[in-house]
Ligand binder design. Structure first.
Ligand code: ZN
Length: 224
C-alpha cells in the first residue's frame, strides 16, 4: 500500500482532464498501483459525468437517452480493414532483472528511447511524449545516488519497483512523490535489486552541491 499519494486537488484536476499530458500520465500510472486513489478518481468521474450528462448522481440514468446514444453508435459506418492486435510489452528488462510495469506505462514503452548510463549507478531512458515537460524512466542500481538538487519547476516521481530514500523520507513501490523549488534532496537507493522509478519534470533540475553544480549548464540534457 502506497504511503504517498497525489494531492486531493491534483486527483480532481486529473478526473477533469485539465492536467498536462505528462502529469496525467504519472497520476494514471499511480492509480493503476493504488486502489485508494483509483476510487477517489472514480468518484470524481461519476460526479463529473453526472453533471455533463445531466444524470442524477445517485439515481439511474435515463434509459431513453441511452437508447438514442446506442442507436447513434450502431448507425456509424463499419471500419474498413482490420486492426491486428500487437503483442504489448508489459515489462522492462534491465541488468538481467525484469520489472513489470503498470498498464498506463506499458502503453508508452513504444515511445521510450534507449537506456544510457549516468553518474553514480544511474541509468535513464527518456520518453518522447511530443509535448512540453520531460518524462523519464530512471533506474538506480544498489547504492545509486542522484546528486543533490532542487527544482525550478515541479518534479513528480512514481516508484515502480524497489525503494529509495532521501533526506526527507523513505519511498516504496507505488509511492507518488511531488517536489518543488522548496525541496533540496539527494535520492539514493540501497535496495538489493535497485529501484526503478518514472519521473516527470516541467523544468530541468538545478544541482546544488559539490562537483554536481558543474552539471547545471547541461541539466536540460541530463534527465531528459
Ligand atoms: Zn494513491
Amino acid at each position: 500500500m502506497a504511503r504517498f499519494h497525489p494531492e486531493p486537488e491534483h486527483l480532481l484536476q486529473f478526473a477533469q482532464g485539465s492536467l498536462a499530458l505528462s502529469e496525467s500520465l504519472i497520476i494514471a500510472a499511480h492509480c493503476d498501483m493504488c486502489t485508494r486513489c483509483q476510487q477517489i478518481v472514480h468518484q470524481h468521474t461519476s460526479i463529473l459525468s453526472a453533471e455533463i450528462f445531466d444524470f442524477p448522481v445517485t439515481g439511474e440514468p435515463d434509459p431513453a437517452r441511452f437508447d438514442s446514444m446506442f442507436e447513434h453508435i450502431t448507425q456509424l459506418p463499419p471500419l474498413k480493414g482490420k486492426i491486428a492486435p500487437t503483442p504489448a510489452q508489459t515489462s522492462i528488462e534491465l541488468d538481467g532483472k525484469r520489472f513489470p510495469l503498470p498498464l498506463t506505462l506499458q502503453r508508452i514503452l513504444c515511445k521510450t528511447g534507449s537506456w544510457s548510463g549516468l553518474v553514480g549507478k544511474l541509468w535513464q531512458a527518456p520518453v518522447d511524449l511530443d509535448t512540453t515537460g520531460l518524462a523519464t524512466f530512471i533506474y538506480m542500481g544498489r547504492g545509486g545516488t542522484v546528486p543533490e538538487h532542487t527544482h525550478r519547476g515541479t518534479e513528480y516521481t512514481l516508484v515502480l519497483d524497489g525503494e529509495f530514500c532521501d533526506e526527507l523520507n523513505r519511498y516504496r513501490t507505488g509511492d507518488f512523490i511531488s517536489m518543488s523549488h522548496e525541496h533540496i534532496h539527494s535520492p539514493h537507493s540501497d535496495s538489493l535489486d535497485g529501484c526503478l522509478v518514472f519521473s516527470v519534470l516541467d523544468q530541468p533540475l538545478h544541482f546544488t552541491s559539490g562537483l554536481a553544480r558543474l552539471l547545471n549548464p547541461f541539466s536540460h540534457l541530463f534527465f531528459r
